[in-house]
Design a binder for this molecule. Structure first.
Ligand code: SAH
Length: 343
């Protein structure tokens, strides 16, 4: 298989052009076709000599993902099944709101983290996505919206920090003023708590938003729900978050999925408040979405307000996330590994 041209950083494309003996402005022209014009065919790169277009086409693939299926409300939350060149596929979700056009992208085919409440880990892990496949999901979303997406969240299938290099390279292309030109503060990376990833991101000098999936305020419960906690327990996670907040001066969002009778009592709320007391953060409460293979239930309607009150008294801002797309299995935790054979 040829490499994807959308997997190249701007610098790598420049080096590639140099190696082909091209004048330096060619890299800029190609970059503009890829990201300002987002062409789907080499033939559309009109200001490039035909021989150069043919040369590029023989060396690189232009499309790493193809839309296989779109579900949902044509003007509301939609899920796109994106087919990859090797026959695998990933799901991405478009979540339009009054003032936003959010895209939730996947970073891996499957997931190795096996959080008990999440569908993405149920089918195991297949492989990392390449940068060009992450970019490809955004190009599909751009076409589907008919407009530039306003917000990108790495909250689809997979653990972004388990595929750190490809994700960060994609982030830089997404953020590049001559790339997809989406502001860093409109890009969110969500992690299940991979401490080395948080530490690396702190030093990147890029102002992206960090979300940490917490879901429990103590080690025994968190280890039961999220096996990653056995490797990176709360002490290590909170230390990384404290350092991240100090280094970036950014506020961290802590995701807390409420599961009835499991992590949603007043005691859990109080323990959560004390865990987060000294970290510049906010809490995003998510009522559990139903998932095959997990028995847990969504919380009572009074639970989120109780958490908001307890956290609020400790000076911690909390809001409830209304999970969208449950009807098409596109809500938080519902994206799962699918094969083309079962379509
Ligand atoms: N692996 C990364 C990116 C996935 S983001 C991470 O864990 O952060 C998906 C978010 O949905 C995470 O916060 C995840 O914990 C949450 N989630 C998973 N299953 C869920 C479910 N059944 N109901 C509600 N939220 C869920």
């Amino acid at each position: 298989m040829k490499p994807l041209i959308h997997s190249l950083s701007r610098l790598e494309l420049e080096t590639e052009c140099q190696a082909l003996g091209l004048p330096s402005y060619r890299a800029g022209q190609i970059w503009a076709w890829l990201y300002a014009r987002r062409v789907a065919d080499w033939a559309e790169m009109k200001n490039l000599p035909a021989a150069l277009r043919a040369g590029l086409a023989s060396k690189f693939d232009l499309a790493g993902v193809a839309p296989l299926k779109t579900e949902g409300d044509p003007v509301g939350t939609r899920k796109i099944l994106a087919g990859l060149r090797d026959g695998e596929c990933v799901e991405e979700v478009l979540i339009p709101a009054r003032d936003r056009k959010t895209v939730c992208v996947s970073s891996q085919v499957g997931c190795r983290f096996a959080c008990v409440f999440c569908a993405s880990g149920k089918g195991g892990y297949v492989r990392n996505l390449e940068t060009g496949e992450i970019i490809g999901q955004l190009l599909l979303a751009w076409r589907e919206y008919g407009d530039r997406p306003s917000n990108i969240v790495f909250m689809g299938m997979g653990e972004p920090f388990d595929n750190y290099d490809a994700v960060l390279k994609a982030v830089r292309i997404i953020n590049d003023a001559e790339g997809l030109n989406i502001g860093a503060r409109h890009i969110t990376i969500s992690t299940s708590g991979v401490v080395p990833g948080i530490a690396r991101l702190a030093d990147e000098g890029i102002q992206v938003e960090l979300s940490v999936s917490l879901h429990a305020p103590d080690n025994p419960l968190r280890s039961k729900l999220m096996p990653v906690n056995r490797k990176y327990p709360l002490e290590a996670l909170m230390a990384a978050c404290t350092r991240y907040a100090a280094a970036t001066r950014r506020i961290i969002t802590f995701e807390y999925t409420l599961i009835r009778g499991v992590n949603d009592t007043r005691q859990h709320a109080a323990a959560l408040a004390s865990l987060l007391r000294s970290i510049p953060g906010r809490v995003n409460l998510i009522p559990l979405s139903p998932v095959d293979g997990f028995e847990g239930q969504a919380p009572d309607p009074g639970t989120a307000p109780l958490f908001i009150e307890v956290l609020g008294r400790a000076g911690i801002n909390a809001t409830t996330r209304i999970s969208k797309g449950t009807n098409i299995d596109a809500a938080c935790g519902q994206l799962r590994l699918r094969s083309r054979k079962t379509l």
